[in-house]
Ligand binder design. Sequence first.
Ligand code: ADP
Ligand code: MG
Length: 289
Amino acid sequence: SIPLGYFGGIGAASRQGILVKGANFLDALTGLHTVVFDKTGTLTKGVFRVTQVVPSNGFQENELLAAAAAAEVYSSHPIAQSIRAAYGQEIDSERVSEYQEIPGHGISAVVDGKRVLAGNDRLLHREGIAHEVCNVAGTGVHVAIDGTFAGYIVIADEVKPDAREAITRLKELGIKKIVMLTGDEEAVARRVAEEVGVDAYFAELLPEGKVAKVEELQAALPDRRRKLAFVGDGINDAPVITRADVGVAMGGLGSDAAIEAADVVLMEDAPFKLATAVEISRHTARIVK
Ligand code: ADP
Ligand code: MG
């Protein structure tokens, strides 16, 4: 049977906007050793802003932006939202066909009869399209139109106001290892990692690469009572959330799949809530034992 104190713990957590889906996860939180954060939308706001449009090969700035915005018409990725916002005009989705979202890469779609690719370096490389590298601070969304590189769009995200404080608090609570994973570029990842103060980061990971990294970090745990938590916001994060000892989803921007897969849901989009969850779990453990 479940000791009554656990209900108190789960109740206390829920009053803080922390949904714990079982007493066993409260126990696991008590023994956390490693915390792995996804970058975009978890440590950063996930609200991107277009800061620069850099056309190439004779394309016009607006042509580039218009093609990318149309190709991204069906995407719910924060990158797509920012590109559509920068374009600022209504997009008739009838102009878009063969839409395909390629996880960890970007989008492929036919816009007004032309094949448009919008995504990272890896996407254009995979398609064998010669392109420039983005050497501006931020994430570069590279665009190709009918197989020709048309330029790139620079997008910037911001670190959440409580991210650094959350990591400091988790360290004070005795969490030994705090890691950030991202599909984003190395340079962007390094800047965010330094800003928030994680112990390590791994960039340019595909969704399955994140799962493999979590498994590797789990294998490195010192003993079976020490656990690993992964905190993600959604899009493509469900497999990693499932794999972690404690899978945590952020409710605010989180996708339904992530919330479904999670053991713990943070209703507020605040990394600091994970530290609060650990504190509640410790308090509960003292009452139960
Ligand atoms: P993260 O790991 O930072 O949460 P994702 O796994 O969602 O990021 O995406 C990894 C990378 O794939 C992004 O940084 C971006 O370069 C590219 N990408 C993903 N979806 C899109 C999209 N809809 N449009 C353009 N690029 C995208
Ligand atoms: Mg993500």
